[in-house]
Design a protein around this ligand. Structure first.
Ligand code: ATP
Length: 349
């Protein structure tokens, strides 16, 4: 097992319960995605797994080593790409990787071969001797990836590695991650992007408010949505119009007991096992209710829908969102620079 985490809890010294009993079991070679909105607890969990924070409850082994009593062995056997870049802008790409080789104790005789190999892996060989300060965001991230691989760790942690990158740079990074995984490295990736998790991961856990709400392959999670999705675009989708459409949908034939309706910027989305069969009936019912449908589409669910389904289910279950206050001086954290997370998710439709 690459990671075996049981009942992990992490309460910061200001009382914020960021992780509330998380179980994660990741076999070797898996590409695992840890998905959640801002502030859900992804970084706190990852920092616990890489020994930067000590769990306040539960137990974790990484590559068979205990994260508390065998911290050093854990660190030697993993690569960790943090959200903040570790690239030194004053050094060249080659020097940055060489520096990482020294830091990780890569034997001198192996260094230059390893550096060339990694420059090739992330396509930076052409700019190997340019200083990193002139690199684009995507190039810096690629260099970051190379530096965490110098000691050939069997397991790498990537904490939101593509946040802030344009789609092209993001796609390119995905190729490298896939390549690393194909070569046998276990990957633990955190992301806010459902599309990213869908594309890359064998298995995904969704974390919300410090708890894992769902785990499975992208296909399994999508099948939990319980049907296909009918997106309906309304003319002038102000609040009363959308509410009326929701009422019509909820009293239509589509609406069996597992069906759900969510509101979107354009109108409503109905998820139902009979979305394909009875979709057009709903359109007629909406027209009869005096509503103008300007667009509709029936599609298979995406991970966005999974996320929404979980969020909807969760909203009733608990009083949501006691957003923690930042103290900036936590005794348990060795980096206190977490930005206050805005209360929004990256779920775009
Ligand atoms: N040093 C700290 N002291 C106190 N609370 C903290 C600290 N760091 C994070 N938190 C809080 O713990 C919770 C989980 O934060 P965490 O950074 O793990 O979430 P995340 O899912 O990684 O979010 P993001 O996408 O913003 O990185 C949040 O409520 C956050 O405000």
């Amino acid at each position: 097992m690459a990671i075996d985490a049981r009942g992990v809890e992490l309460t910061y010294s200001d009382g914020t319960e960021a992780v509330k009993g998380v179980d994660i079991a990741i076999p070797e070679g898996e590409f695992f995605g840890f998905l959640g909105a801002n502030g859900a607890g992804k970084t706190t969990t990852i920092k616990t797994l890489v020994t930067l924070l000590h769990p306040t409850g539960g137990s974790v082994t990484v590559n068979g080593f205990d994260v508390v009593s065998e911290q050093r062995s854990v660190r030697e056997s993993i690569g960790y790409m943090a959200q903040e870049t570790s690239v030194d802008p004053e050094l060249t790409a080659r020097e940055n990787i060489r520096f990482a080789c020294e830091a990780y104790g890569v034997p001198k005789a192996d260094r230059s071969g390893r550096i060339d190999e990694l420059l090739d892996l992330v396509d930076l060989a052409d700019v190997a001797d340019k200083t990193a300060k002139d690199f684009s965001g995507g190039m810096k991230k690629r260099l970051d990836v190379a530096t965490v691989l110098v000691h050939r760790p069997p397991l790498v942690f990537l904490d939101e590695p593509t946040t802030g990158l344009d789609p092209k740079a993001r796609n390119r990074l995905w190729d490298y991650f896939e390549r690393i995984n194909e070569e046998g490295t276990t990957v633990f990736l955190t992301t806010q992007y459902l599309e990213e998790a869908d594309q890359l991961c064998d298995r995904i856990s969704v974390i919300m408010d410090g708890r894992i709400e769902a785990t499975g392959s992208p296909a399994e999670l999508k099948s939990r949505v319980g049907g296909d999705v009918l997106d309906i675009e309304l003319d002038d989708p102000d609040e009363p119009t959308v509410e009326r459409a929701r009422e019509v949908a909820e009293s239509s034939e589509l609406f069996d007991e597992s069906a759900t309706v969510s509101t979107t910027d354009e109108g409503i989305s109905v998820t139902s096992a009979s979305a394909r069969r009875h979709g057009t009936d709903l359109l007629v019912a909406l027209r009869d209710a005096g509503l103008t449908v300007v667009g509709f589409n029936v599609r298979s669910p995406t991970l966005d829908d999974v996320f929404l389904a979980i969020t909807d289910a969760d909203a009733g279950a608990e009083t949501a969102g006691d957003e923690a206050t930042e103290t900036g001086g936590s005794g348990t954290s060795d980096d206190d620079a977490t930005d206050a997370p805005p209360a929004e998710t990256e779920v775009s439709r």
